[in-house]
Design a protein around this ligand. Structure first.
Ligand code: GLU
Ligand code: ZN
Length: 305
């Protein structure tokens, strides 16, 4: 299934172009970049634009410019998931043919009435294809994995272990499918991403197992939150990064990642700062927690208005 030559380390940053990069996404980009470079690995950028209604025209270009402004240079071409539909279509069709996926017509309301966790009601039922989603028949969910930062982890949420959607009712392919298909195709060996995606790992591991592919090594870093449970996000009024303050943004992100830039680094440009950070990078310093609360009054993070 893999299209690229194998490397001992291939990492990636996989933003959704639904808005500009903000401080929270800079942390994910920077951590995955530093980890890749510290391992002398490749670092890819992939635009996760499968959820087209949420994408904003031009956000992809803006994201790439912001990465460049911060000295975060990637390897190879940027892959767009919107160009990968044929691969997803083929794999979902194979899953359906093999009886490992099925059509589901249950509504959100019906699932809520059943307790919120999808109980597999449509498994084995012949459904018409119109207005149906397609779910993976996740027979033996993987609820345990070892995270490089968080250690041995159990996923407790039953929702994360249900038969998950691989193709939505509106015909769009689901993030949980596309992310695994492309990580396999691009030969990604190491994933460094925010802890907000922690529980999705159960679904992802299920697909690696199903396709008999080696799972990547996962490292989930704490996300930046303005208060407990509120990560910086576009919905949560996080501001877009100011590219004219790129060096300061990097230094702030390095502090968040528990690297303590010395004072003399403050006079330097992004490339110098990144060189220093690659040499210092160590995931052991990161706290084993899902989030770190940042100061709301800090304008880099958060739009007060
Ligand atoms: N596209 C996802 C996001 O922006 C990240 C995917 C991943 O790192 O697995 O939240
Ligand atoms: Zn159903």
């Amino acid at each position: 299934m893999s299209h690229y030559p194998s490397h001992s380390y291939t990492g990636r940053f996989a933003p959704s172009p639904s808005g500009p990069l903000h401080f929270g996404s800079l942390i994910a980009a920077l951590a995955s970049y530093l980890d890749a470079r510290a391992h002398h690995g490749r670092w890819l950028v992939r635009m996760e634009d499968v959820d087209t209604p949420r994408c904003i025209a031009g956000a992809d270009v803006q994201i790439l410019q912001t990465l460049e402004a911060h000295g975060l240079g990637w390897d190879g071409e940027v892959v767009y998931q919107s160009a990968r539909s044929e691969a997803y279509r083929q794999l979902v069709s194979d899953m359906l043919d093999a009886g490992d996926a099925y059509y589901c017509t249950c509504t959100r309301k019906q699932i809520r009435a059943l307790g919120g966790v999808y109980p597999g009601s449509c498994r084995g039922r012949q459904q018409s294809q119109a207005a149906a989603s397609v779910r993976f028949a996740y027979h033996s969910p993987i609820a345990q994995f070892t995270d490089r930062i968080q250690g041995k982890q159990m996923i407790h949420s039953a929702h994360a272990l249900e038969d998950f959607i691989v193709r939505r009712k509106d015909g769009l392919y689901a993030y949980n499918l596309a992310v695994v298909v492309d990580d396999i195709w691009q030969g990604v060996t190491h994933i460094v991403r925010g802890s907000d995606l922690f529980e999705t790992t159960a679904a992802h591991l299920g697909l690696y197992q199903y396709w008999q592919q080696p799972a990547p090594v996962y490292a989930h870093i704490p996300v930046a939150s303005t208060e407990a449970g509120y990560k910086l996000s576009k919905q949560n009024k996080a501001v877009g990064l100011d590219n004219t303050r790129a060096a300061q943004n990097l230094l702030q992100a390095l502090k968040f990642l528990q690297l303590n830039p010395p004072d003399n680094l403050f006079a330097h440009n992004c490339d110098k700062i990144l060189d220093w950070a690659v040499g210092q990078w160590c995931t052991d310093k990161l706290p084993k927690q899902a989030e770190i609360i940042v100061d709301k009054s800090e304008s880099t993070y958060y739009n007060q208005s």
